[in-house]
Design a protein around this ligand. Structure first.
Ligand code: FES
Length: 105
């Protein structure tokens, strides 16, 4: 499914991510800047922080307690903050746009 990443400076990256892979894996494989994924997807680093628009946010599975608590440590968390490694791509997310925060550290 196609996912569009928008950097803080407005640069867009349209990336095809296989269903079943996480948004973080797709970003790393396509070298989208701003997704560092230091922990490799273990929900332990929060360097895969993304901002999701409200219309897409409601289609995502709910956050786990671990994701919620990690996001508290992410810089500039918002209502739409999610960890990209915790979101698996599926056909119902085709066309989703996510925003990258200014900095992951
Ligand atoms: Fe570390 Fe997502 S890659 S929390």
């Amino acid at each position: 499914s196609k996912i569009t990443f928008i950097e803080h400076n407005g640069t867009r990256h349209e990336v095809e991510i296989a269903d079943g892979h996480s948004i973080m894996e797709g970003a790393v494989a396509n070298m989208v800047p701003g997704i560092d994924a230091d922990c490799g997807g273990a929900c332990a680093c929060a360097t895969c922080h993304i901002h999701v628009d409200p219309e897409w946010l409601e289609r995502l599975p709910a956050k786990s307690d671990m994701e919620t608590s990690l996001l508290e440590f992410a810089p500039s968390p918002t209502e739409g903050s999610r960890l990209a490694c915790q979101i698996k791509v599926s056909p119902c997310l085709a066309g989703m746009t996510v925003h990258l925060p200014e900095a992951q550290h």
